[in-house]
Design a protein around this ligand. Structure first.
Ligand code: AMP
Length: 217
């Protein structure tokens, strides 16, 4: 099963993707994590990418597409978190035949409130929230605020989101594979809603395959 998680910055895509990956044994591919790893390595490409991330702008799509495709390789079950982030990127991955797009809907005000508690573990890249997903005591001393979570950059990330990413919602809606989830409630509630969507999809898919097999016999 191939799933895309769509939503504005801070809608909780990373948290939900991680839980889904664990429960359904899907590979979790986060464009943001891949890009930050490249930045951490200090490569020439990494240095270039850093400029975009620090400003809240989209990194050049060629880097991102290449990194994501390399991760996917020949896998059949995966979640794409934060990718595609523009209609241009969505068109490039037409050939992947995505099954389901989950749109995590949330207001900008709610997200800004959330950002104040968001922290990241620089060693693993994992995201936490001081109130909703408290980091384990052992890593408390090293967690940091993401540089691009400061109000000025967040504002720019939202501007880019409305301009580039919001049209992707309509793009997948037209294809009939988009499901919307209210991402404002606490993580557990949001996850239960997402899990139900995935399970319903799997049940329907199973049914379709059975009917097809019966017809073939
Ligand atoms: P995220 O961790 O998903 O919030 O992404 C952090 C930053 O990485 C974004 O603000 C962009 O600068 C960059 N980024 C993440 N995903 C993409 C993408 N699909 N295309 C271009 N840039 C991206």
């Amino acid at each position: 099963m191939k799933i895309i998680l769509l939503g504005p910055p801070g809608s909780g895509k990373g948290t939900i993707a991680e839980k889904l990956a664990k429960d359904f044994k899907f590979l979790n591919i986060s464009a943001g994590v891949l890009l930050r790893e490249e930045v951490k390595k200090g490569t020439t490409i990494g240095k270039e990418i850093k400029k975009y991330i620090d400003k809240g702008e989209l990194a050049p799509y060629k880097f991102v597409v290449e990194m994501v495709k390399l991760e996917i390789h020949d896998k059949k079950d995966y979640i794409l978190d934060g990718f595609p982030r523009s209609v241009e990127q969505a068109k490039i991955i037409e050939d992947l035949n995505i099954d389901l797009v989950i749109y995590m809907e949330i207001s900008e005000e709610k997200v800004i409130e959330r950002f104040s508690g968001r922290r990241i573990d620089p060693n693993t890249g994992k995201s936490y929230h001081l109130k909703f997903i408290p980091p384990p005591k052992a890593i408390m001393g090293r967690i940091i605020t993401r540089k691009d979570d400061n109000p000025k950059v967040v504002k720019e990330r939202f501007r880019i989101y409305h301009k580039e990413t919001a049209p992707v919602v309509g793009y997948y809606k037209k294809k009939g594979i988009l499901k919307t989830v209210d991402a404002a409630p606490p993580p557990k509630e949001v996850y239960d809603a997402v899990k139900k969507i995935v399970k319903d999809f799997q049940a329907k898919d199973f049914q379709k395959k059975m009917i097809k097999r019966e017809r073939a016999n």
